[in-house]
Write a protein that binds this ligand. Structure first.
Ligand code: GDP
Ligand code: MG
Length: 174
């Protein structure tokens, strides 16, 4: 059985939930305590993808890069994005400015990795009503963005989906 390792990055404004989404996916945990990420942290998770090519399961080692929270004054360090096959670009549905900046983060990522795939995660969906969420999630389509999900690192909603969908697309771009 073959194992392939691929790098993906979590990108987005400060405090949108990048670290929490990784913790939920990798450690199955959530904490309300705020610990800002300093520098870069790399988490590994072995996932199994089904139904690819033959019936054999394929194992994939995801190297998940958690990049330090960004502010207006402190951008993403471009070298941290190098060599990534994909990105999950995260916004916080309770702070619309962080949603408005998704295209900016997308541009930064694609400048470094033009062949990369991207998923938009509209995070903290547990904090607003269904109606509001429906409005916010009507986001225009962008090249290389394969899907947009409303996620919650708190409840776990659509957390596995964002990572698994991105991983499958990286393995099988068609
Ligand atoms: P980062 O700076 O993007 O890595 O953000 P963090 O993962 O550190 O999260 C920032 C804050 O938002 C923390 O207090 C988290 O507990 C909280 N948080 C993250 N995701 C969610 C979520 O889906 N729902 C709720 N209610 N809070 C969240
Ligand atoms: Mg963080």
């Amino acid at each position: 059985m073959s194992t392939i390792a691929k790098k993906i990055c979590l990108v987005g404004d400060f405090s949108v939930g990048k670290t929490s989404l990784i913790r939920r996916f990798v450690d199955r945990q959530f904490s309300d305590q705020y610990l800002s990420t300093v520098g870069v942290k790399i988490s590994k998770k072995l996932i199994e993808l089904e139904g690819i090519k033959d019936t054999e399961k394929l194992k994939m080692q995801l190297l998940i890069w958690d990049l330090e929270g960004h502010t207006k004054f402190k951008g993403i360090v471009p070298t941290h994005l190098q060599g990534a096959s994909g990105a999950i670009i995260v916004g916080d549905v309770t702070r619309l400015d962080t949603i408005a900046r998704l295209p900016e983060h997308l541009k930064t990522f694609l400048t470094i990795n033009p062949k990369g795939f991207v998923i938009f995660a509209l995070n903290k969906s547990d904090l607003i009503s269904e109606e509001k969420l429906a409005k916010i999630s009507q986001i225009e389509e962008f090249d290389r963005v394969i899907a947009t999900y409303s996620t919650s690192a708190k409840t776990g909603a659509f957390v596995d989906e964002i990572f698994e969908k991105l991983a499958s697309k990286i393995i099988q771009p068609e």
